[in-house]
Ligand binder design. Sequence first.
Ligand SMILES: NC(=O)c1ccc[n+]([C@@H]2O[C@H](COP(=O)([O-])OP(=O)(O)OC[C@H]3O[C@@H](n4cnc5c(N)ncnc54)[C@H](OP(=O)(O)O)[C@@H]3O)[C@@H](O)[C@H]2O)c1
Length: 314
Amino acid sequence: MKAVRVHAFDSPPVLEDLPEPALRPARTLVRMEAATVGHIDRTVWRGSFLKHPPFPYTPGVEAAGVVVASHVHPEGRRVWLRGSGLGTLFDGTWCEVIDAPDEALGVLPDGVPSMIGSAFFSPSTSAWVALHDVARLSAGESVLLTGATGAVGSLAVQLALDAGAEVTALVADAAQAARMPSGAKVLVPGSDLASSLDSVSVDLLVDTVGGPVLAAALPRVRSGGRAVLVGYTAGNTLTLDIAHFLQRDVSLLPLNMFRREAAGHAAAPELLARLADGRLKLDVQPFALEDAAKAMNWIGQRGHRGRAVLVAGR
Ligand SMILES: NC(=O)c1ccc[n+]([C@@H]2O[C@H](COP(=O)([O-])OP(=O)(O)OC[C@H]3O[C@@H](n4cnc5c(N)ncnc54)[C@H](OP(=O)(O)O)[C@@H]3O)[C@@H](O)[C@H]2O)c1
């Protein structure tokens, strides 16, 4: 079978021929139809994640496909895959036949295409858990979302609106503003981000960007409000004036979806139902398996839309 292999941190992934895996206890073999290339895969590949599979390894923490052999899952079942060490502790999903722990699989409803089934888990469960489990969002509250055009951000905008929140979405330009759902207030900042946000005052900030964007957005949270920190593509440091911070009494709440994987799995069926009937939308961009390096490069570019997905046989 074909598999993408990484031989050293930061070295270009290469497509290789490997023997097909044999079925082992507590594992399921899945014929891959679509496998997502996400920021976490880049972080593991760069050696910046806490753990990584032994070299050489097959990357990929998410996928969708069809069960070919298993002790617990029926053969032919459509499934999505995520977690339990897939692509972080041992070989992942960027290959034609995935050898996955039984518990990494979930049932993919017929109405959800494989590319969406492969790409939905991280952004939609992160957005859901950030809003509902971490921030405990209530209807009528106001929410500021940074990185609102990103995969997590765009789903958080849709889910927050659906939960009855008043949503302000921060986007880079007018073209991106046009892509936001009609119920959201859209803010395109000028050259000075902090002053562009002057008129904003919210109960909750969900920040997927970090760095200077977080620094500018945090003061827009009302006293007693909260801020959920999701990502740090724009920078991974934040300077706090401790006296101000204590006086303003804003809770800084980290989102760690590896620790909250169970909550993600619990939310997945509801999120898949919404994706199946069109209440939720997620953009995906297909790449061939041999173009894994291109896909990693694409997701690192500003302005890319949606999630990169490797498609088998493309
Ligand atoms: N904490 C967790 O458990 C968890 C879970 C899932 C994801 N994440 C992290 O969350 C982040 C977002 O993920 P994603 O899948 O939504 O990524 P994405 O689809 O690549 O979106 C990134 C978003 O950030 C914006 N952005 C990037 N750099 C920026 C900058 N310098 N200034 C302003 N905006 C900037 C992009 O805006 P443009 O469109 O204008 O480029 C886009 O809206 C990633 O860092 C990811 O690793 C964390």
